[in-house]
Design a protein around this ligand. Structure first.
Ligand code: BGC
Length: 438
């Protein structure tokens, strides 16, 4: 696609205007457990038992804040209990008013399966009606809903039976998918069946850092296999109920590079690339109307056989989020181009950073969009961008201290405050274009 790139000269500074395709969707996202509050699922059980341990360590295994202000928060056990979260269950109208005021045309959020089916096979009518109201509240504001059917958390009865490695898991999920599609289909066009299944297979079944804490590569493969089949069959179930629905799945892909051409680095790169990027997408692409891409990571492999794991990845880019994640916008363009072979539309369903001072966020968004625009010009059919996240929220095993939001949340008063970067993003959403300095 050859998009319009216009030059503009104002006050002596050369500006370039990057126009996005007509109808491009602009938005941001959340997930139920991270924002709603009052959840009861496999994660809330974890939060009760692990909070003290995490606090004693000063953070989760992988994410220890360096900033002293954040470190203090990470040492507080309360940080690790989702509790009332952002109380979005009760404040969704207020949050959607913000979405509208920020000129976003689409919004991604997830349904909490454990509310809808608190007991196996028993569906809670009140909760289904709640989500009908949520979807209609978006529609009333002219915002396109993107629904994630499953974003990490599961009902306790599901996890007690073995979670995604239980032979009945797929059928249990499909039953829920059928019920909810039937009830929401009139107001929903876009369905995301699963959020980052590879992350769940890896962290929950192989590394054992998340519920249900399994450390077994065979179980990880088994869980992933079930998730592939659950996605593919959900595609059929949803289409049977609504033939016009658009169904996809969101996966987090990593841009890997080898630091040099040494064979061991190249080999490790290949293996990691296979596990993170290559295993899942090809198997679900056959049953997808679009691909949901989530991009957070770039990894330059530099394995030092005689040093610790610290020498494993080498990033010479000094810009880091509060979680220590490297900021590497160019990577999104490489990943997008690698998806071209599937010949499917792509929605970027997550891309964002924890940045409590809102120091990097504006550049982060603009720089990623610049590279996304480049990918579109190179022929990738990108149709939308969802910044992660709309509001600060409960960041899983790291708790509340990482702040990803375009909107700041005061967890004591639940007051929302729009960050300056959100205003810049709002202008992009409104004009469907990005202005950059030449
Ligand atoms: C998950 C989000 C999470 C974000 C930042 C994504 O992989 O889908 O739930 O908050 O990463 O860690």
């Amino acid at each position: 696609m050859n998009l319009n790139i216009a030059d503009k000269k104002s006050s002596g500074v050369e500006k370039k205007i990057l126009k996005f395709p007509e109808g491009f969707l602009w938005g941001s996202g959340t997930s139920a457990h991270q924002v709603e509050g009052g959840c009861y699922n496999d994660w809330t059980q974890w939060e009760r038992t692990r909070a003290e341990q995490q606090a004693a360590r000063g953070g989760s295994t992988f994410h220890m804040p360096i900033d002293p202000i954040l470190r203090k928060q990470a040492r507080n056990p309360e940080n690790y209990k989702s509790g009332k979260a952002c109380d979005q269950y009760n404040r969704y109208e207020e949050d959607f008013d913000i979405v509208k005021s920020l000129h976003q045309s689409a919004h991604r959020f997830s349904l909490e399966w454990s509310r809808i089916e608190p007991e196996e096979g028993k569906f809670d009518e009140k909760e289904i009606e709640h989500y009908q109201k949520v979807v209609r509240a978006l529609r009333a504001r002219g915002i396109e809903p993107f629904i994630t059917l499953w974003h990490y958390t599961t009902p306790t009865w599901f996890s007690q039976q073995g979670g995604w490695i239980n032979p009945k898991a797929k059928q249990q999920f499909l039953r829920y998918v059928a019920v909810i599609t039937e009830r929401l289909k009139d107001d929903v066009n876009f369905w995301i069946t699963e959020n980052e299944p590879e992350t769940v297979a890896r962290d929950s079944y192989m590394l054992g850092t998340r519920p249900p804490f399994k450390k077994n590569i065979f179980k990880a493969f088994k869980a992933l296999n079930t998730l592939v089949e659950a996605h593919n069959d959900s595609y059929d179930v949803i289409h049977r109920i609504d033939s016009k629905a658009k169904v996809g799945c969101s996966e987090g892909l990593v841009f890997f590079e080898s630091y040099n051409n040494w064979p061991h680095n190249l080999l490790v790169k290949k293996i990691l690339e296979y596990w993170r990027n290559g295993k899942f997408i090809p198997r679900i692409a056959v049953k997808s109307d679009f691909i949901g891409l989530q991009y957070y990571f770039h990894s330059r492999i530099r394995l030092h056989p005689f040093k610790s794991w610290k020498g494993f990845q080498f990033n010479d880019n000094k810009k880091m989020s509060d979680m220590g994640w490297e900021i590497y916008p160019e990577g999104i363009c490489h990943i997008l181009k690698s998806l071209k072979k599937y010949n499917l539309p792509v929605y970027i369903t997550e891309n964002g950073l924890a940045d409590y001072r809102d120091f990097y966020r504006t550049d982060f968004i603009q720089d990623h969009l610049k590279w996304i625009h480049r990918a579109i010009n190179d022929g990738v059919d990108v149709r939308g961008y969802f910044y992660w996240s709309l509001i600060d929220n409960f960041e899983w095993e790291s708790g509340f201290w990482p702040r990803f939001g375009l909107v700041e949340v005061d967890y004591k008063t639940m007051a929302r405050k729009i960050r300056p970067s959100a205003r810049v993003y709002a202008n992009i959403c409104k004009s469907n274009q990005l202005e950059i300095s030449n």
